[in-house]
Structure formats: structure tokens, C-alpha cells
Design a protein around this ligand. Structure first.
Ligand SMILES: Cc1cc2nc3c(=O)[nH]c(=O)nc-3n(C[C@H](O)[C@H](O)[C@H](O)COP(=O)(O)OP(=O)(O)OC[C@H]3O[C@@H](n4cnc5c(N)ncnc54)[C@H](O)[C@@H]3O)c2cc1C
Length: 303
């Protein structure tokens, strides 16, 4: 990175918000990944915007990080800047049934807030272990709900450098993707539309879904959730199971025995182990069923 860019960024952060060679294994739910050359932790939206504009204008590679629950970072790390949104949190009630949320707020915190305010509609996302920013990019969903069902507006920095407020329609949400993802939109806050409901019913639904997750998913191991997107007309987990890959391992990475749709870090896996396992699963499933699996997990760095 050029000195002038480095110094400009250095000026707007405190020492503890400006880290060099930060191991990404500390910031991903796979618990793998080498260092990010620079790791920034803005605590104000202005820092996020200035950092992105500065890096974009100078052509420096950067990556906006939520909770790292859907990414695989190379063992050699990322030779660029990671901007973590972990310090950009906050939830505010707007009117009776809308909430404005800062991008780094965890879904679990939003679900709690919604429950406390007797607002229904967010229960499906309570167990998705990411931030609302990441949920918008991915149009995260579970148990019949998707972010697109409850999103009114997304604010942030568009790829042309302008601050914009996009309506739900303008976000073009689709299955585990969005226009935000395609165009590199940096999400700063989100307005969600929920509905007034019974607190007891909201609580019961959240408990019910949490139990389902615990029963079906290998939550006791590091992972990034479903490794592959659901191919149209199929379930990735079933295709993987039918190909005889339950428990299939490469190094410390394994196709979960509990849920074949999850690749887990079973025993000190490296990102290379996980990546090779993903490639092998793709190859064997293609041979076995003719179906091409597409990873849902986003790769960062060189593989
Ligand atoms: C145990 C487990 C269970 C899971 N279950 C589900 C599930 O049921 N449904 C589901 O959909 N997913 C699930 N996931 C996957 C993951 O939690 C979601 O994709 C989540 O929305 C990712 O959010 P994140 O904040 O961790 O994003 P990250 O993984 O940090 O990033 C994902 C993408 O979003 C981008 N991004 C993040 N924040 C911003 C921002 N503010 N502005 C711009 N870009 C941003 C990143 O650049 C990256 O491209 C699961 C994962 C795990 C580990």
C-alpha cells in the first residue's frame, strides 16, 4: 500500500482500531485463515465511508467484514485491507413496528430486541450467526423466511462512491444473493419492517427454531453453515449424502456426519483442507448425480 494511503487511514483511527497482519482465524467462524495486511475497526459510519472511499480511489483491494460466518480466508491471508463492522452496532425503534439497525449488529441481538418490543417477523434469523450487513448482502434466510421479506430500506455507500438509500425492490434480493453483493454496496444501516405480535408466541417460535438448529446442525464445530447453495430441485446435503460423502475428510476438514450440507473444521483444519474438501465434494457429486454444486461460502485471498 502506498504511504500516502496508509497515512491517511492511520490518521482517522486509534491504535487499537488499526491492526497490521491480523490473523483472520480470529474473525471467521471456520476459525481458519491467514493474516490481513491491514485490519480496520471503524466505530463510526464516517470512518467506514472515508476508509472505503480512500481505498477505492487508490485502487487498493479491500473487503468489508461482518461476523465472518460465511467466508473462507486463504491460509496465506489477504494482501489488502479488511474493514470490520463489529464496532458499528445499534438498534433503534422507529414508530411502532420498524427498527433501524447499524450494519455490524448481530442478528441474535436484533432478535432479542424485537422480542422485547413484541415485534414479530425476525424469529427466523435469530440463529443465523452473522451481522445484519452480511444478512443483507447474502439475503440470508431460514425456515421459510428471508431478509427480503422484512427489509424496507438499506443505506450505505454505492460503488460509485455515493451515499444511497435503496428500497427493498432496488436491492434485487434473490436466493442467497442481492444487487448489493453484485455491485459491492457497503451497507451502513438497515430499516426493517416487523409486525406487532405476542411476546410469548415470538419467544416460543425462537425457542422452537433454536432447538431445530441444535438437533440438525453440527453447531459444536466451527463451520460457515451450509457450504453450498441449494441447487434448483435438489438439496445439497442429500446429493452429498447420496454420493457416499458423509464424514468424508481432507486433513482436519470433514463433511459433517450430522448434516452433510455442512463442511466443518473437525480437527485443526486449515483453509486449504476446507477448500480441497469443497473441490472434492463438487467433483464427486457431479460424477454421481450430474449436478453442479455452487459454494455459498465466499472465498477471500488466493486459493
Ligand atoms: C452455524 C451456521 C449456521 C448458519 N445458518 C444460516 C442460515 O440458516 N441461513 C443463512 O442464510 N445463512 C446461514 N449461515 C451463513 C451466514 O451466517 C450468513 O450468510 C450471514 O448472513 C453472513 O453474515 P456475516 O455478517 O457473518 O457476513 P460475512 O461472512 O462477514 O460476509 C459475508 C459477505 O457479506 C459481505 N458483508 C458483510 N457485511 C457487510 C456490509 N456491512 N457491507 C457490505 N458487505 C458486507 C462480506 O463482504 C461478504 O461478501 C450460517 C453460518 C453458520 C456458521
Amino acid at each position: 500500500m502506498e504511504d500516502i494511503v496508509f497515512n491517511k487511514l492511520r490518521q482517522i483511527y486509534n491504535e487499537d482500531q488499526f491492526l497490521q497482519n491480523e490473523p483472520m482465524s480470529r474473525h471467521t467462524t471456520f476459525r481458519t485463515g491467514g493474516p490481513a495486511a491491514l485490519f480496520l475497526c471503524p466505530s463510526e459510519e464516517a470512518q467506514l465511508f472515508v476508509s472505503i472511499s480512500t481505498l477505492r480511489e487508490s485502487g487498493e483491494p479491500f473487503f468489508v467484514l461482518g461476523n465472518g460466518s460465511n467466508i473462507l480466508v486463504s491460509d496465506t491471508g489477504f494482501n489488502g485491507t479488511v474493514i470490520s463492522t463489529a464496532g458499528l452496532t445499534g438498534i433503534k425503534l422507529e414508530g411502532e413496528d420498524r427498527i433501524r439497525v447499524s450494519c455490524g449488529t448481530l442478528n441474535s441481538a436484533i432478535a432479542l430486541f424485537a422480542k422485547e418490543n413484541s415485534l414479530a417477523g425476525f424469529e427466523f434469523a435469530a440463529g443465523i450467526p452473522g451481522t445484519i450487513g452480511g444478512a443483507m448482502i447474502m439475503n440470508a434466510g431460514a425456515y421459510g423466511g428471508e431478509m427480503k421479506d422484512i427489509t424496507l430500506e438499506v443505506r450505505g455507500l454505492a460503488s460509485d462512491g455515493k451515499y444511497k438509500a435503496l428500497s427493498c425492490e432496488e436491492c434485487e434480493f434473490a436466493y442467497r444473493t442481492s444487487r448489493l453483493k453484485r455491485e459491492g454496496f457497503a451497507v451502513s444501516s438497515v430499516l426493517l419492517q416487523l409486525t406487532k405480535g405476542s411476546q410469548d408466541e415470538i419467544k416460543a417460535r425462537m425457542r422452537d427454531l433454536a432447538l431445530k438448529r441444535k438437533e440438525k446442525q453440527p453447531l459444536e464445530y466451527p463451520s460457515a453453515g451450509s457450504t453450498f447453495k441449494r441447487p434448483e430441485g435438489y438439496f445439497a446435503g442429500k446429493l452429498i449424502e447420496d454420493a457416499g460423502l458423509r464424514g468424508f475428510s481432507v486433513g482436519g476438514a470433514q463433511v459433517s456426519e450430522k448434516h452433510c450440507g455442512f463442511v466443518i473444521n473437525k480437527d485443526n483444519a486449515t483453509s486449504s483442507d476446507i477448500y480441497e474438501l469443497i473441490c472434492e465434494v463438487k467433483r464427486i457429486v457431479k460424477d454421481n448425480s450430474g449436478v453442479e454444486l455452487e459454494p455459498e461460502v465466499i472465498m477471500l485471498g488466493e486459493f
